[in-house]
Design a protein around this ligand. Structure first.
Ligand code: NAI
Ligand SMILES: Nc1nc(O)c(N)c(N[C@@H]2O[C@H](COP(=O)(O)O)[C@@H](O)[C@H]2O)n1
Length: 281
C-alpha cells in the first residue's frame, strides 16, 4: 500500500468502494459518508474537542476522497468548533507534462439554518487566497412569528446573511419542512431536511458530495437509513487504535440496526483500518 500512497492516482481501495461516483437518481448527488472514529466509536473528545484520529496514511486517503468529489458537506457544529479548511493539501504534488498541476478542491457546503458560521472562518479566508473553493452556506429563512424575540432573530438572521454574502460566500435557501424525519430529541428549528438539502445541492450543479461530519450530521444520515430512507451511496470509516472514553462525542447512541449496508473492502493504512461499504438506495 505504501507505493500506492505515494502514487499520483487515487488508491485502488477508493476506486472499488466509490466506483464512478454517479448517483442512480439524477435529482440527487452521489453521496459518500465518511469520518474517522476511535475504537469505541467516538469522533471527538470531551466537549467536542477536535481529535486528530487519522494517521498520515489514512489522512492522505481522506484528501484523495476530497479531490474526487465536487462538494464536501459539514454541519455548522463542525464549522464553528473546528474552523476547518476542507481543501486538498496532503497529496503528492502533481506534475504533468513538466507542468505543476493543482488538485481540484471540493466546494465546502455548510448546513447552517441559523447562520452561525463566522464571516472570518478559514473556509472564506482560504477562498480569498484561492486555496479552496468559495463555501456555500445552506440555510432557511426563520419562520415568521408574532413573538418579539423570534422576529428579532429574523432581523439578525438577515444581517448575518448579508455579512456572509459580502465576503463572496453564497447562501442557498431551502424551504423549512417541519414534516422531515427528525432525530429523537432534536430541535426542528435548527435542522434542515437532508433530502431537501441534497436535492438543492444537485440543482446547483454538484454531482458528488463527501459528507465529513460532524456527529449530528453523521447521525442524521444513519438515522434516515435506519428508517429506510437511504441518502448516501457509500460509507468510508477510518478506525484509529485509540479509546476516547465516555466523555467523548459519539454518533451511535440513538441508533438501531441499519439495513442495506454491504461491505466492499477493508484496508490497513499505517496504524489505522479503513472500512469501505456500499449502501443500497
Ligand atoms: N472524527 C471525524 O471524522 C470528525 C469529527 N468531527 C467532530 O464533530 C463535532 C461536531 O459535531 P456536532 O456538534 O454534532 O455538529 P455537526 O457538524 O454535526 O453540525 C450539526 C448542526 O448542523 C445543523 N444541521 C442542519 N440540518 C441538519 C440535519 N439534517 N442533521 C444534522 N445537523 C443539521 C444543525 O444546526 C446542527 O446542530 C466536532 O467536535 C468535530 O471535531 C467533525 C467532523 C469529522
Ligand atoms: N479523516 C479525518 N480524520 C480525523 O482524525 C479528523 N479529525 C477528521 N476531521 C474532519 O476534517 C476536518 C478538518 O479538516 P482540515 O484539516 O481543516 O482541512 C474536521 O473539521 C473534520 O471535518 N477527518
Amino acid at each position: 500500500m505504501s507505493s500506492e500512497a505515494e502514487s499520483q492516482d487515487p488508491p485502488a481501495f477508493l476506486a472499488s468502494v466509490l466506483g464512478r461516483l454517479v448517483s442512480s437518481d439524477p435529482t440527487l448527488p452521489y453521496v459518500t459518508l465518511t469520518f474517522a472514529q476511535s475504537l469505541d466509536a467516538k469522533v471527538a473528545g470531551r466537549g467536542g474537542l477536535q481529535l486528530i484520529l487519522s494517521g498520515n496514511e489514512s489522512m492522505k486517503m481522506t484528501h484523495w476522497m476530497r479531490t474526487m468529489h465536487e462538494g464536501i458537506l459539514i454541519g455548522v457544529g463542525t464549522a464553528v468548533n473546528d474552523n476547518p479548511q476542507l481543501n486538498v493539501r496532503h497529496l503528492p504534488f502533481p506534475a504533468q507534462g513538466g507542468h505543476m498541476q493543482h488538485y481540484h478542491h471540493p466546494r465546502p457546503l455548510v448546513l447552517d439554518p441559523n447562520l452561525r458560521i463566522s464571516p472570518k472562518c478559514k473556509l472564506i479566508y482560504n477562498a480569498s487566497l484561492k486555496a479552496g473553493e468559495t463555501p456555500w452556506i445552506i440555510s432557511a429563512r426563520p419562520a415568521k412569528t408574532e413573538s418579539a424575540v423570534e422576529s428579532q432573530d429574523g432581523i439578525d438572521w438577515e444581517a448575518r446573511k448579508a455579512a456572509l454574502e459580502k465576503t463572496g460566500a453564497k447562501v442557498i435557501l431551502i424551504e423549512r419542512d417541519p414534516s422531515h424525519m427528525l432525530i429523537p430529541n432534536s430541535d426542528s428549528s435548527s435542522y434542515l431536511s437532508m433530502s431537501a438539502v441534497l436535492r438543492a445541492i444537485r440543482a446547483e450543479g454538484i454531482k458528488s458530495v463527501m459528507v465529513e461530519g460532524g456527529a449530528r450530521v453523521i447521525l442524521s444520515f444513519l438515522h434516515n437509513a435506519q428508517e429506510g430512507k437511504q441518502l448516501f451511496d457509500s460509507l468510508v470509516v477510518t478506525v484509529a487504535p485509540v479509546i476516547v472514553g465516555a466523555h467523548g462525542v459519539g454518533y451511535s447512541e440513538l441508533l438501531d440496526d441499519i439495513p442495506g449496508l454491504e461491505h466492499v473492502r477493508t484496508e490497513a493504512l499505517g496504524k489505522d483500518v479503513v472500512f469501505g461499504m456500499k449502501a443500497m438506495r
